[in-house]
Write a protein that binds this ligand. Structure first.
Ligand code: 5GP
Ligand code: ZN
Length: 135
């Protein structure tokens, strides 16, 4: 399979690894938002959050929890953003599921996405659509 993250797992492409266990691997993003920006991935190939198994997702999120603390301590950050892009129009460029851990520093100037209030009645109808999709 032509997947760069599977090649990183296999050691065919070099990476700066920071953590590994039987189900997950974490390594530095090659183009960091800030130094210490880390990607946590399942070792079993899965395209995105819609595709990953519950067991692997649980393992990835637990690794992310452990590594977030290590990043904050290790690079003396003031906070950490946990982020995941799923599918092309959500900004996913590499089709192997990965969670971004991005150390943040006071005054680093990065902005989060813009937010806006719901128009009248739209919150209730939107919540209902999601509740219905769960059943
Ligand atoms: P996405 O946009 O899919 O959420 O993020 C993919 C991330 O993978 C990007 O932040 C990009 O810098 C990183 N990336 C792409 N290719 C490589 C690579 O070969 N090695 C490493 N370490 N990171 C990569
Ligand atoms: Zn892969």
């Amino acid at each position: 399979m032509d997947c760069i993250f599977c090649k990183i797992i296999a050691g065919e492409i070099p990476s700066y690894k920071v953590y590994e266990d039987d189900k997950t691997l974490a390594f530095l993003d090659i183009r960091p938002v800030n130094p210490g920006h880390t990607l946590v991935i399942p070792k079993a190939h899965a395209k995105n959050i819609f595709d990953v198994s519950p067991e692997d997702w649980a393992a990835v999120t637990e690794s992310a929890r452990i590594i977030a603390a290590a990043i904050e301590k290790g690079v003396n950050a003031d906070g950490v953003n946990v982020m995941m892009n799923n599918r092309e129009h959500a900004g996913q460029l590499v089709d192997h599921a990965h969670v971004h851990l991005i150390p943040r520093f006071k005054g680093d100037g990065l902005k989060l996405w813009p937010q806006k209030p719901y128009p009248e009645g739209e919150a209730e109808s939107t919540a209902e659509k999601i509740r219905n999709a769960l059943t």
